[in-house]
Design a protein around this ligand. Structure first.
Ligand SMILES: CCCCCCCCCCCCC[C@H](O)CC(=O)SCCNC(=O)CCNC(=O)[C@H](O)C(C)(C)COP(=O)(O)OP(=O)(O)OC[C@H]1O[C@@H](n2cnc3c(N)ncnc32)[C@H](O)[C@@H]1OP(=O)(O)O
Length: 717
C-alpha cells in the first residue's frame, strides 16, 4: 500500500492505494514505517512523499469513519515527518485533499503540477480537518484564507495555492522526478523554519472580525448545516490554544461531529452520488456490460424554455447542436434565448467569452425535420402532450438513421407509449431535464420496457459528459421526481385549506432547509401550467373543475390553486400568484391581503373552520407524503435503490444535503415512526390515496432495516 525506493540520497515514499490513495489504516502504517526507514538510513538526506497512479492522497478513508481510527493517526505521521531530521517534500499531482493535504502541510516543502488541486473538503462530509489542517493552514496561509478554504471545502488550483504559500513551487513534467530534483536542491540546507507548528497564525489579531464576517456568510447559506460553524471554531483554536492542545480539541470535535446525523447523511450522500453510475436494468443489462454509443451530433426539437436550456447545456459541453422549431419566428426567438443564456454563463463565470463564442458557433438551426437524417441522438422538448410527442417520434423514426437514439424530455408521460410510435422502441428513452436545464444538474433518465442497455448506457454517459447527474428510473406517471412531489404539493394546499397560511408553510420548509417553500416554487414555475393540465385531465374524464370542488375522481381536491389562476394570478411572471411581486418577472415578493381573503372565503364557502397548524404537522405532511410515495416507487422497482431517489431530491429539488435525501432522512427518524405517522394521516385523510401506507415501508419498519439493506431485502420480500 506504500512503496519505498531510493534514488541516490533521496528516499521516495509513494502511497499506492487505488483508486484515490485514501489514507486507510494500512497506508498510515506504511507511511509511518517507511518514514522510520528513511530516518534510519544514513545515506538518505531528503524524502519525497507522493501518490502512485492518478493522485496524491485525497484524505482519510471515508469507509473507516464511524469508529475510532486505529493509530497511527494522520497527526502521528505528521509528527514523524516534522521530527525526521531530514527535509521532506510533498510532491502533489491530481488532488491533494483532506488528510492528504494535512500530511503535505506537515512536510517541509510542497511542490505541485499545474493541474493539481488542493483543499480541505472535510466540511462537505460534515467534518473538520482534524489531522492538523485547521492548525497548520492558518500558520501557512493565514486565518482569512484558512477560514474560506475550510468552511467551504473549496479546492484551489496549484497556481492559486502558490499565491497563498500553500505550494512552494509549481512544476511541470513528471512529479516524482521533479520531487527528487527539488529534494536534491534542499537536502543540505536548513529547514527547521519550515515546520509550521512553530509559526503563529497570520492575521491572528484579526481573528474576531474575520470570524464574525465568516459566520455571517455561513448563516446566509447554511440552512441548518452546522459543520462550517464547527470548522470556524477549529480554526480559532489555532490562535487560542498551543498547537498540541488545538489538535486535541479538534479531535474531540471531530469525533462528536462524526457521530452526528449530519455527517452520516453527508457521507451517505457522497457514496450515493457515486453509486448512481452503477445502474442496472430489470432485464439484467448494466453499466459494466453495456457500451455507450459514440455521440457526435445532437438535435434538440423545441426552442422553448426547456429546449433552449438543454441546447445550452449541450453546447457548453462541446457538442454541436441542431436546434429545430416549427417556424422561423419561434426559431429566431429560441436562438436569441440561447445567446443570452450563453452570455449569462460568461457573466456568472461558468465559461469564458471565448468558450461562449465557440459554443455559439456550434449551433445550427432548421425548421425542417428532414435535416435530422444524420444526427446520432435527438432530444425532443416540446409540450407535454402525448399525441404531439407520438406524432414527432413516428416522424423521427422515419427520418433519422436506424441507429440514432430518440430521447424525450418528458416529465411524466409514458415512455412505452412514446416508444410504441416508432419501430425502434429499444432506442427510445426519457431524458428528463430540470428547469433551468442549463443550470440544474439532475437528469432523470427513464427506460421503457423495450429500451436497450446500450441506449441507457448512452444517455447515462451523455449526462456525465455534459456535467449532469444522471439517475436511471423506470416509467410511471411522473417517474420518480414529480411522482413524489405531487402528494407534497397537494398536502401544501390542503394545509392552507385547513388553516395554515402559504407563507407559514414556506417558512417551515425553508427553515427545514429546502431552498424555497412550495408556494414560492409554484409562483416561480407558473401556476398556469398545472392549471391547464388539471383542466385537460378533467376534460378527459368528462368533468369540469368547478369552483367548490372538494373531490375529484374519488380523491380529495383543493380548488384554491384554480381560483388563483382564474384571477390571472399565475405567479412571478404575471406579478402575482400566492404572493404579489413588485412587477411581472420580479422576485421581490410580499404577502398579499387579497390572497389571504381569497383563502378565507374559500374556507367559508366550504364551511371549514380554520385550525392552528403546527410546524410538526407541516413538516410531516409535506415530507412524509413524499417519502411514502418514495417507498412505493422502490416497491414497484421504478427506482432500484433508495440512493437513486435521494440523489434525485438532492439535485432536482435542493433537498438539504445534510439530511442525505428524503429516504435517508426517513431512515434517520426511524421507519417505525414514519410508518406510524403515515398510518395516522391515512386514518385522518382516507380520501387522499397518497396516504395509503407503502407495504414495503411497513415490512422494513417492523425490523428497522438499515437503508443499505433495503434494496436487497426488497428483492427477497
Ligand atoms: C479524543 C477522541 C479520539 C478520537 C480520535 C479521532 C481521531 C481523529 C483523526 C481524524 C483525522 C482526520 C483526517 C482528515 O482531516 C479527514 C479527512 O481526510 S476526510 C476526507 C477528505 N477527503 C475527501 O472528502 C475527498 C473525497 N473525494 C473526492 O472529492 C473525490 O472522490 C475525488 C478525490 C476528487 C476524486 O473524484 P473523481 O475522480 O470524480 O472520482 P470519484 O469521486 O468517483 O472517486 C473514485 C472512487 O474513490 C472513492 N473515494 C474517493 N474519495 C474517497 C475517500 N476519501 N475514502 C474512500 N473512498 C474514496 C469513491 O467512492 C470512488 O469509489 P467507487 O465509486 O469507484 O467505488
Amino acid at each position: 500500500m506504500v512503496d519505498y525506493w531510493r534514488q541516490g540520497s533521496v528516499a521516495v515514499i509513494a502511497v499506492n492505494n487505488p483508486p484515490v490513495n485514501a489514507l486507510s489504516y494500512n497506508v498510515r502504517v506504511g507511511l509511518y514505517n517507511n518514514l522510520d526507514k528513511a530516518a534510519n538510513d544514513r545515506d538518505v538526506l531528503a524524502v519525497v512523499i507522493c501518490g502512485k497512479g492518478r493522485t496524491f492522497p485525497v484524505g482519510a478513508d471515508i469507509h473507516e469513519f464511524g469508529q475510532i481510527p486505529k493509530e497511527p493517526w494522520i497527526t502521528d505521521v505528521g509528527r514523524k515527518i516534522e521530527s525526521l531530521g531530514k527535509p521532506v517534500i510533498a510532491a502533489i499531482h491530481g488532488t491533494g485533499l483532506g488528510g492528504g493535504l494535512e500530511i503535505a502541510l506537515f512536510c517541509h516543502y510542497r511542490i505541485a503540477l499545474p493541474n493539481a488541486r488542493v483543499g480541505l473538503p472535510e466540511v462537505l462530509i460534515g467534518l473538520l480537518p482534524a489531522g492538523g489542517g485547521a492548525q497548520l493552514l492558518p500558520r501557512l496561509a493565514g486565518i482569512q484564507v484558512a477560514m474560506e478554504m475550510i468552511t467551504t471545502g473549496r479546492q484551489l488550483p496549484a497556481s492559486e495555492a502558490a499565491k497563498y504559500n500553500i505550494i512552494d513551487k509549481v512544476v511541470s513534467g513528471d512529479i516524482v522526478k521533479e520531487g527528487i530534483e527539488f529534494a536534491l536542491r534542499v537536502q543540505n540546507k536548513p529547514f527547521q523554519d519550515k515546520i509550521l507548528r512553530y509559526r503563529s497564525p497570520h492575521g491572528k489579531d484579526s481573528l474576531q472580525p474575520i470570524t464574525e464576517a465568516v459566520l455571517r456568510k455561513i448563516k446566509m447559506r447554511s440552512r441548518g448545516f452546522y459543520a462550517p460553524v464547527w470548522c470556524v471554531r477549529s480554526i480559532a483554536n489555532s490562535v487560542k490554544l498551543p498547537f498540541e492542545e488545538g489538535l486535541a480539541q479538534n479531535r474531540i470535535m471531530f469525533q462528536q461531529m462524526q457521530l452526528s446525523g449530519q455527517a452520516k447523511a453527508l457521507q451517505y450522500a457522497f457514496f450515493a452520488e457515486r453509486s448512481i453510475s452503477k445502474w442496472k436494468l430489470p432485464c439484467g443489462g448494466n453499466f459494466a456490460t453495456a457500451v455507450p454509443r459514440k455521440i457526435k451530433t445532437i438535435s434538440v426539437i423545441g426552442a422553448g424554455t426547456m429546449g433552449t436550456g438543454i441546447t445550452v447545456a449541450l453546447l457548453s459541453a462541446g457538442f454541436p447542436v441542431l436546434l429545430v422549431e416549427q417556424n422561423k419566428r419561434f426559431l429566431m426567438k429560441g436562438v436569441q434565448t440561447v445567446q443570452s443564456l450563453l452570455e449569462g454563463g460568461v457573466k456568472r463565470r461558468k465559461f469564458t467569452a471565448e468558450q461562449a463564442k465557440m459554443a455559439s458557433s456550434s449551433l445550427t438551426t432548421t425548421v425542417d425535420l428532414q435535416a435530422l437524417n444524420s444526427v446520432d441522438l435527438v432530444i425532443e422538448a416540446v409540450f407535454e402532450t402525448l399525441s404531439l410527442k407520438e406524432d414527432i417520434f413516428s416522424k423521427l423514426d422515419k427520418i433519422c438513421k436506424p441507429e440514432a437514439i430518440l430521447c424525450s424530455n418528458t416529465s411524466y408521460l409514458n415512455i412505452d407509449k412514446i416508444a410504441a410510435s416508432t419501430r425502434r422502441p429499444d432506442k427510445v428513452v426519457g431524458t428528463h431535464f430540470f428547469s433551468p436545464a442549463h443550470i440544474m444538474r439532475l437528469m432523470e433518465n427513464i427506460y421503457g420496457c423495450k429500451t436497450s442497455p446500450e441506449t441507457v448506457a448512452t444517455v447515462m454517459d451523455l449526462g456525465k459528459r455534459i456535467g449532469k447527474v444522471p439517475v436511471l428510473v423506470g416509467t410511471c406517471p411522473g417517474f420518480c421526481a414529480n411522482r413524489m412531489n405531487r402528494p407534497q404539493s397537494e398536502e401544501a394546499l390542503f394545509l392552507v385549506e385547513e388553516g395554515a397560511q402559504p407563507e407559514q408553510i414556506d417558512q417551515v420548509l425553508e427553515d427545514f432547509g429546502m431552498p424555497m417553500g412550495p408556494f414560492k416554487v409554484r409562483d416561480l414555475a407558473g401556476g398556469d401550467i398545472g392549471w391547464r393540465s388539471r383542466k385537460d385531465a378533467a376534460l378527459h374524464l368528462g368533468l369540469t373543475l368547478s369552483y367548490d370542488l372538494q373531490f375529484f375522481n374519488g380523491e380529495r381536491y383543493c380548488s384554491l390553486a384554480d381560483k388563483l389562476c382564474e384571477l390571472g394570478r399565475f405567479g412571478q411572471k404575471t406579478g402575482s400568484g400566492w404572493y404579489s411581486y413588485d412587477k411581472p418577472g420580479s422576485k421581490q415578493l410580499s404577502i398579499d391581503e387579497d390572497v389571504t381573503k381569497l383563502i378565507q372565503n374559500h374556507r367559508d364557502s366550504l364551511g371549514i373552520k380554520p385550525r392552528k397548524i403546527t410546524t410538526q404537522e407541516i413538516q410531516e405532511r409535506f415530507l412524509f407524503s413524499g417519502i411514502n410515495e418514495g417507498f412505493k416507487i422502490l416497491e414497484e422497482g421504478i427506482a432500484a435503490r433508495p440512493e437513486d431517489i435521494d440523489i434525485i431530491w438532492l439535485y432536482g429539488f435542493g433537498f438539504p444535503r445534510h439530511y442525505g435525501g428524503p429516504m435517508f432522512y426517513a431512515s434517520q427518524i426511524g421507519l417505525k415512526r414514519v410508518y406510524d405517522r403515515i398510518c395516522h394521516y391515512h386514518e385522518l385523510f382516507p380520501y387522499s390515496s397518497h396516504w395509503m401506507p407503502s407495504k414495503l415501508l411497513q415490512k422494513l419498519s417492523i425490523q428497522e432495516v438499515p437503508i443499505g439493506q433495503w434494496a436487497e431485502l426488497h428483492s427477497k420480500l
